[in-house]
Write a protein that binds this ligand. Structure first.
Ligand SMILES: [Zn+2]
Length: 213
């Protein structure tokens, strides 16, 4: 039994991104040119620093690429070996998240519910929130976000089953385009025991329904 696991995807171990000062300056000029051409008056007290603030905000919103070293610790499961933990699912949620869709670089945001059936290890509850945010704070799509969270849980703690439910509103469709102001996109992802066991899926979805009220 191991207590420390490495987060699988390679990029998580590469550490924080580094943007050189001259890059920031070039980016600011580029953003200023775009904002001005689109109609922003950049010569006011409120907007003079806007390109810089926009870039900083975008950098923060994509901090998932920096990885999260705190995710590497798992704990041995406290479930005694002789107990059949088949239905002992751990459900966490709603976990709020904000992501950027890779098609438009505009936000999609919503709530995640994550459940797993522990193997030999469990992950602290706050780590599930960290896990969702690690993959949400990127340029991504809802489908990949769910797959990555599910796969990471299998890799991190050897979960025997994982369920992920994502419900999100996409600003790229709400702010423009078809103006679907109230639409929500729901996706579910199953791994291991959840793929085989319908009662586990039902139990999880009922739990999600209750918590969304
Ligand atoms: Zn989009």
């Amino acid at each position: 039994m191991k207590n420390v696991v490495e987060l699988a995807p390679r990029e998580e171990r590469d550490g924080p991104r580094e943007i050189a000062p001259e890059q920031w300056q070039r980016f600011e000029r580029n953003v200023a040119e775009i904002f001005a051409a689109f109609g922003m008056d950049l010569d006011t007290p409120g907007t003079r620093e806007t390109p810089q603030r926009f870039l900083r905000a975008l950098f923060d919103a994509t901090a998932g690429y920096d990885g999260d070293p705190k995710l590497r610790t798992a704990f041995p499961s406290e479930r005694p070996d002789h107990v059949d933990g088949r239905h002992g699912q751990i459900v966490e949620g709603p976990i709020g998240f904000f992501a950027l869709c890779e098609h438009h670089a505009l936000p999609f945001h919503g709530a995640a519910h994550v459940a797993y059936v522990a193997g030999e290890e469990i992950l602290g509850i706050s780590k599930l929130t960290r896990l969702v945010r690690l993959y949400a704070r990127r340029f991504t799509v809802q489908e990949r976000l769910g797959e990555q969270v599910a796969d990471a849980l299998v890799d991190l703690v050897g979960a025997r089953g994982v369920a992920v439910h994502l419900e999100a509103a996409h600003l790229c469709t709400q702010m423009r385009g078809v103006y679907e102001e109230r639409s929500r996109t729901v996706t579910t992802f199953w791994r291991g025991l959840y793929e085989e066991d319908e009662s586990l899926r039902r139990e999880f979805l009922a739990e999600v329904r209750d918590r969304r009220r």
